[in-house]
Write a new protein. Structure first.
Length: 324
């Protein structure tokens, strides 16, 4: 293990949800819990068996650490391990604090040209990498991203990076769609009160064809329905956003057109590739951060996120740090 002095911690929708509701699905907060799982910091101390890190190293933290070498770990899908430790998922504490201890294997050294903030953004970016891999995005893909919050935006960034020829994004917020354009979306649709079928036909007319891939990032029933209607026959719909447990969808439409519906759970094996992309400047995640607060103003930061202001709110945990 390593002891870290924390630097930057992003606030996620799930953090806000636990704070407001005390549960997400089967994960129920029963005792006081430290929030935060999008984080970077500086190594202060290393355990005796740690060889790849030393005090002073700047690292990005992968929040999910398997507790045992089970069948999922053996097959490389450790995110599915039922006993995994995960920051800020009850009962596991997160890393929104001054000092934090973590498994050294899940701390990744940041190159000098990758900032602490970028290091913290690897966590949401990883959701995009995992989703686009599961979707099979490749050279020339036409992609529909439903939802333009932080996770919709990282999917736009990653889909373009992986060779998507055109990406169309939907949202109800004009300012969020403007941000999608900024990070590389080719087309945007501001949804008002269209039916799911109408949304699907707007997507098709903008792209000039139905997309082979839809990445659904809202969890809203009508959006999942639109995702099924929009996806080309033989294509893939990836469900990233999580809403109610039971959702009514046109499943027969998907079945008879051989539209594959895939879920994702967090990510695995994404930190090294994300660090490479950031270090080579092949992708730019800096526009995602819109607000910054010191740790003392955490409540204000959470209120800002709850109100849906900006995109990514970042907390600064190190009072000695003077960097912008």
């Amino acid at each position: 293990e390593v002891l870290l002095r924390m630097h930057s911690v992003g606030i996620c929708g799930s953090d806000v949800h636990y704070w407001q509701h005390g549960r997400i699905g089967d994960f129920v907060v029963k005792d006081p819990m430290v929030l935060g799982h999008e984080a970077s910091g500086t190594v202060v101390k290393v355990g005796s068996g740690v060889t790849h890190l030393k005090p002073g190293d700047r690292v990005a933290i992968e929040p999910g650490v398997p507790r045992e070498m089970d069948e999922f770990c053996k097959s490389g899908r450790y995110n599915l391990s039922p006993t995994i430790f995960f920051c800020a998922t009850p009962p596991d504490d997160g890393n929104l604090c001054r000092y934090y201890k973590h498994s050294a294997s899940y701390c990744y050294k940041l190159p000098d040209n990758v900032t602490f903030e970028e290091g913290a953004l690897i966590e949401p970016l990883s959701v995009g990498i995992h989703a686009c891999k599961r979707a099979g995005v490749t050279l020339g893909s036409k992609v529909f991203v439903s939802g333009s919050g932080p996770i919709g935006l990282v999917n736009v960034i990653v889909a373009k990076m992986m060779g998507a020829a055109a990406v169309v994004v939907t949202d109800i917020s004009a300012s969020r769609l403007q941000k999608a354009k900024e990070v590389g979306a080719d087309f945007t649709i501001q949804v008002k009160n269209e039916t799911p079928q109408e949304v699907a036909s707007k997507v098709e007319s903008l792209l000039g064809c139905m997309p082979e891939i839809t990445v659904e990032c809202t969890g809203v029933q009508a959006c999942i329905q639109a995702g099924i209607y929009a996806t080309r026959s033989g294509g893939t719909l990836v469900l990233v956003g999580l809403g109610p447990e039971m959702v009514t969808v046109p499943i027969v439409n998907a079945a008879v057109r051989e539209v594959d519906i895939r879920g994702i759970f967090r990510y695995c094996n994404t930190w090294p590739v994300a660090i490479s992309l950031l270090a080579s400047k092949r992708i730019n995640v800096k526009p995602l951060v819109t607000h910054r607060f010191p740790l003392e103003k955490a409540l204000e930061a959470f209120e800002t996120t709850k109100r849906g202001e900006g995109v990514k709110v970042m907390l600064k945990c190190d009072p000695t740090d003077q960097s912008p």
